[in-house]
Design a binder for this molecule. Structure first.
Ligand code: 1BN
Ligand code: ZN
Length: 341
C-alpha cells in the first residue's frame, strides 16, 4: 500500500503540469530591469535579447528571430521579434505575446519594470511551464519589439511595429490561417493590480479569461468594468484573429521614472500566470469545438470517419447497434482539447 502510494505520487509528479512560479518570473524581471533602459535599436535591447534567448535555451527552447529595419518618424530602427514554438498535438496555434522594448525617454531614466519588463519576464516563466505541459494545440510565445511609439505621444503608425510586422509576415507566408487566438500580456507587474476588460478585444476570449479569474477568486484583480485599449492586439484583430489584451493601465508609474521594481510585485505576476494557465484548457476547448462543429476542419482521421458514420447509420440497425453508433458520434464531438499526444 505504501509502495503503491509512493508510486502514485511519483507518477503525479512526472505527469502534472508544473505551476507558474512567480519567484522565477521575478528573477527574470530583476535581470531585465538591471540591464537598464531598453529602447528598440539600442545596445541594451540587444543585451535583453541575449538574456531572453539564453533563458529560453535553459528551458530547452529556441527563439527564431524576425529581423527588419523599420522607418519611424524620427529614424530608421533595427527591430527583432523573437518567436518560440512549443509544439502541440495539432498544428493550429495560439500565440501568447508581450513586448520587451521600453519607451525611449531622453529626459529621465526609464527602465519599464511593468511596461516592457513584466511581459518579457512573464513569457520566460510561461515558456518553462508550457514546455512540459501536454499542449493540445501548438503554442507560440512571441516577444515583440517596437511596441512603443518613438515620438512622445502614441499615434498613427508610430507604435506596434513588431506586431504589425509579425501579422504581415504571417499573411505572406500563409501561417495566419493556422493562428486561432492571440493573448497579449502587457503591464501586469503593478503591485496594485487592476486589469479591466478591453472592449477592442474579442468578447468570447475575454469572457473565458475573466470567468477563469472569477473561478479562481481573483476577481479583485480582473475587474468587471471595461476600457478601450489600443495595443499590439489590434493588428491581429484586424487580420481576423480572436485576441485579448491583458493589461493594467491603471498604473501610477506608467511612462514615468517610477516604473521600477518598487512599483511592481511578484504576486501580480503570479495572479496573471494562474489565470492565463487556468484559461488555456477552456480556450483550447472553445477552439476545438468550433473546428469540429463548423465541419470545415476535421481534427484527425478517426474523428473524420466517425463524423461521416453519422450520415450512413442505417435505420434498420437493432437498438444495441444504434446505441453503439450514437456513442461513437458523441465521442466525435468531444472537444479534442482533451486528446493526449
Ligand atoms: C501600453 C504600454 N501601451 C504603451 N505602453 C499602449 C497604450 C498606449 C495603451 C496609449 C493606452 C494608451
Ligand atoms: Zn509604454
Amino acid at each position: 500500500m505504501g509502495a503503491l502510494l509512493a508510486l502514485a505520487l511519483a507518477l503525479q509528479a512526472v505527469t502534472a503540469a508544473p505551476k507558474f512560479d512567480a519567484g522565477k518570473a521575478w528573477e527574470h524581471l530583476r535581470q531585465l530591469v538591471a540591464i537598464g533602459p531598453r529602447p528598440s535599436g539600442s545596445p541594451a535591447i540587444e543585451q535583453t535579447r541575449k538574456y531572453i534567448k539564453d533563458q529560453l535555451a535553459a528551458s530547452g527552447l529556441t527563439a527564431v528571430e524576425q529581423v527588419w529595419d523599420d522607418q519611424t518618424p524620427i529614424d530608421k530602427v533595427h527591430m527583432v521579434n523573437l518567436v518560440v514554438t512549443i509544439p502541440g498535438a495539432r498544428k493550429e496555434r495560439i500565440v501568447i505575446a508581450g513586448h520587451y522594448d521600453t519607451k525611449l525617454y531622453r529626459q529621465f531614466r526609464f527602465v519599464g519594470a511593468s511596461d516592457g519588463g513584466s511581459s518579457a519576464a512573464f513569457l520566460l516563466e510561461l515558456a518553462r511551464v508550457l514546455k512540459t505541459r501536454k499542449n493540445p494545440m501548438t503554442i507560440e510565445l512571441l516577444f515583440l519589439d517596437g511596441e512603443e511609439a518613438r515620438l512622445p505621444d502614441w499615434g498613427g503608425t508610430d507604435n506596434t511595429y513588431g506586431s504589425r510586422h509579425y501579422v504581415d509576415l504571417a499573411k505572406r507566408d500563409g501561417s495566419l490561417a493556422s493562428l486561432k487566438a492571440m493573448l497579449l500580456i502587457d503591464m501586469i507587474g503593478d503591485r496594485d493590480l487592476d486589469i479591466r476588460r478591453d472592449t477592442n478585444s474579442t468578447p468570447w476570449l475575454t469572457n473565458v479569461i475573466w470567468e477563469t479569474a472569477r473561478r479562481q477568486n481573483l476577481d479583485d484583480y480582473f475587474l468587471a468594468d471595461s476600457t478601450r485599449i489600443e495595443d499590439d492586439h489590434l493588428p491581429f484583430l484586424a487580420a481576423g484573429v480572436p485576441s485579448v489584451d491583458i493589461i493594467d493601465l491603471d498604473y501610477e508609474a506608467w511612462h514615468t521614472a517610477k516604473d521600477t521594481l518598487d512599483a511592481v510585485s511578484a504576486r501580480s505576476l503570479q495572479v496573471v500566470g494562474d489565470v492565463v494557465l487556468g484559461s488555456l484548457p477552456n480556450i483550447e476547448a472553445h477552439l476545438s469545438k468550433t473546428l469540429v462543429l463548423t465541419g470545415r476542419r476535421v481534427v484527425n482521421r478517426r474523428s473524420y470517419k466517425v463524423l461521416r458514420a453519422k450520415a450512413v447509420t442505417p435505420r434498420r440497425k437493432g437498438l444495441k447497434q444504434s446505441m453503439i453508433a450514437m456513442k461513437h458520434r458523441r465521442q466525435a464531438f468531444v472537444p479534442t482539447a482533451t486528446d493526449g499526444h
